[in-house]
Design a protein around this ligand. Structure first.
Ligand code: ATP
Ligand code: MG
Length: 445
C-alpha cells in the first residue's frame, strides 16, 4: 500500500477523552473513530489488524476440530424466555421490537440460539461430540463503556459452544479449548494467563479466564511467576487425545493464578514468596463448562443406546477479538507509539523515502516496494511529499515492527537502513539483503 492512497488519519495531539494508552494510540494511529459511546468505526488500519486476529482465531479453532459458522446479531426474545435469561440478563441487554410488536434483542452471547439450532437438527449421540463457533459482533449495554475498544458496547467476540454426550466428554472439550486458546494467544505474540474464575450469569462450575498482564487492566490478579515460563511453542498437539489435552491443562493450571473474584489468600501464601506476584490484568477470553443448564431448560436431548434420551452437556467459550487489540497495545508500546508483534502487524514493513522527488531515491523505493510486495511482506510505502521527521514520527506511531529508510546519501554507497521498531537499532545493508532478512523473519512468525 502507498501511504498517499491510504486512509490513515493520524492525529498529532493526544485526544483528551482517552484515558488509557491503547485508546489514545488507536485514535492517534487512525485505527478507530468513535461513532457513539462504546461504539466504534474501524478505519482501514484498525480493520486490517482485526482481520488478522480473526484469521488466527479461525486457524486455531479449525485446528482443534471446531466448526465455523455465523449466527445473526438480532435474536428472538422468545428463545431467551425459554432459558429464563430474558428477565435475568438485565439492562445490559439491548431490547427492541419490530414493526409487528415482536420482542427482539441484539445478541450479547448465543447460548440460546445455538441450543435451538442444535435441538432442531441433532438427535443422536452418534453426531457428538460437536463444537460450533462463530466470530460475530455482540452488543452489551455496559453501564460504563470506557477505554475505547476494551470495554465497548458493540464488540467483536469469538464465541463457541460444545455439545457432548456426558460430562467426561465435555471436560475433554473444556481442556481442548484451554489448549487451543493458549495457542491462539501465543500466536498473537501475547502471554495470556489462565485463571480460575467466577461463572457469573452464564452459570456453571468450571470456568477459567485468560488474562493479559497490564497496569490498566480492570481485574486485580494474583499468580505464581512460574506460570510465565510456560510455552506451548511448536508442540504438536493431538486435539482428539484426551490425556494429552488434560496434561497440558494440568500444566497450565497447577501454578497458582486467580483474579480477585476467586483469590484464596491461604493458598497463595504457600507459593514461594519470591514467586508471589500481584498485578492487574485484562480479560481477553473465558471458557465455561455448564453441564445441562441450557439443554434441560430448552430440551436439547440426544438418544443414547443405554440411557434413552439424555440432555446434552455443554460449555461455551469466548475470545474478545476487538478487546484483544487494546490488550496487545497496552502490553506493547512506548512513548512514541504502538509496537506491533510481527504476527498481527497491519503491514510487514514501512518504507520511508527521505527525499521524495529525487529520481534515484524514488526509483530505489519503487523497486523495494515491488519486491517486498511480491514476496508477501505487505509493505506500507510512505511516498508522501513530507519532511523526514514527520514520516518517522508517523511510522513510529503506527508501530510497524520494521522500517526501511531510503535516502540519496545511502544510495550513493548502495545501502538502505533497516530499523527495528522494538529496539530502535538500525543497520545499513543493500536493499536486497534487507528484503531477504525480513522474509526470513516473517517466515518464522
Ligand atoms: P467482563 O468481565 O470484562 O465484562 P465478561 O466476563 O462479561 O467480560 P464474557 O461473557 O466472558 O465477558 O465474554 C467473552 C470475552 O469477550 C471476554 O473475555 C472479553 O474479552 C470480551 N468482552 C466482554 N465484554 C466486552 C466489552 N464490553 N467490550 C469488549 N470486549 C468484551
Ligand atoms: Mg468473562
Amino acid at each position: 500500500m502507498r501511504l498517499s492512497k491510504y486512509f490513515l488519519p493520524v492525529l498529532k495531539e493526544n485526544p483528551s477523552d482517552a484515558a488509557i494508552v491503547s485508546h489514545r494510540l488507536m485514535l492517534r494511529a487512525g485505527m478507530i473513530r468513535q461513532a457513539q459511546s462504546g461504539i466504534y468505526s474501524w478505519l482501514p488500519m484498525g480493520f486490517k489488524v482485526l482481520r488478522k486476529l480473526e484469521n488466527i482465531v479461525h486457524d486455531e479453532q479449525i485446528r482443534a476440530g471446531h466448526n465455523p459458522m455465523l449466527m445473526p446479531t438480532m435474536q428472538s426474545a422468545d428463545l431467551w424466555r425459554e432459558s429464563g435469561r430474558y428477565e435475568d440478563y438485565g439492562q445490559e441487554m439491548l431490547r427492541v421490537s419490530d414493526r409487528h410488536g415482536r420482542d427482539m434483542l441484539f445478541g450479547p452471547t448465543n447460548e440460546e440460539l445455538i441450543t435451538d439450532i442444535f435441538r432442531n437438527n441433532v438427535k443422536s449421540y452418534k453426531d457428538l461430540p460437536m463444537t460450533l463457533y462463530q466470530i460475530q459482533w455482540k452488543f452489551r449495554d455496559e453501564v460504563r463503556p470506557r477505554f475505547g475498544v476494551m470495554r465497548g458496547r458493540e464488540f467483536l467476540m469469538k464465541d463457541g459452544y460444545n455439545f457432548d454426550v456426558d460430562k467426561p466428554s465435555a471436560m475433554h472439550a473444556y481442556n481442548r479449548h484451554m489448549v487451543s486458546y493458549l495457542r491462539t494467544y501465543e500466536r498473537m505474540g501475547m502471554k495470556a494467563i489462565p485463571m480460575r474464575a467466577d461463572s457469573g450469569p452464564i452459570g456453571g462450575d468450571d470456568t477459567h479466564e485468560f488474562l493479559v498482564l497490564a497496569d490498566t487492566g480492570e481485574s486485580e490478579v494474583f499468580y505464581d511467576s512460574a506460570i510465565l515460563d510456560l510455552h506451548l511453542g511448536d508442540r504438536e498437539v493431538d486435539y482428539d487425545n484426551w490425556d494429552e489435552c488434560a496434561a497440558i491443562f494440568k500444566e497450565w493450571t497447577t501454578p497458582y493464578a486467580r483474579t480477585d473474584e476467586t483469590h484464596d489468600a491461604a493458598k497463595f501464601a504457600s507459593v514461594p514468596i519470591e514467586r508471589q506476584m500481584t498485578s492487574r490484568g485484562i480479560e481477553v477470553g473465558q471458557i465455561f463448562y455448564f453441564g445441562t443448564k441450557y439443554s434441560e431448560s430448552m430440551n436439547a436431548k440426544v438418544s443414547t443406546p443405554d440411557d434413552g434420551d439424555v440432555p446434552v452437556h455443554m460449555g461455551s467459550h469466548g475470545i474478545g477479538v476487538s478487546r484483544m487489540i487494546g490488550a496487545i497495545i497496552e502490553a506493547s508500546h512506548d512513548d512514541k507509539g504502538i509496537i506491533w508483534p510481527e504476527a498481527v502487524t497491519p503491514f510487514g514493513v514501512g518504507i520511508v523515502n527521505l527525499k521524495q522527488g529525487d529520481e534515484e531515491a524514488d526509483a530505489a523505493c519503487e523497486a523495494l516496494y515491488k519486491s517486498a510486495t511480491a514476496l508477501g511482506l505487505d509493505p506500507l510505502y510512505d511516498d508522501r511529499n513530507e519532511r523526514a521527521g514527520g514520516k518517522f514520527a508517523s511510522m513510529d506511531l503506527i508501530g510497524l515492527p520494521w522500517r526501511i529508510t531510503v535516502g540519496p546519501r545511502g544510495l550513493k554507497n548502495g545501502v538502505v537502513e533497516l530499523t527495528s521498531r522494538k529496539t530502535g537499532v538500525s543497520e545499513e545493508m543493500t536493499p536486497e539483503l534487507a528484503i531477504e532478512k525480513l522474509v526470513k523473519i516473517y517466515a518464522s512468525v
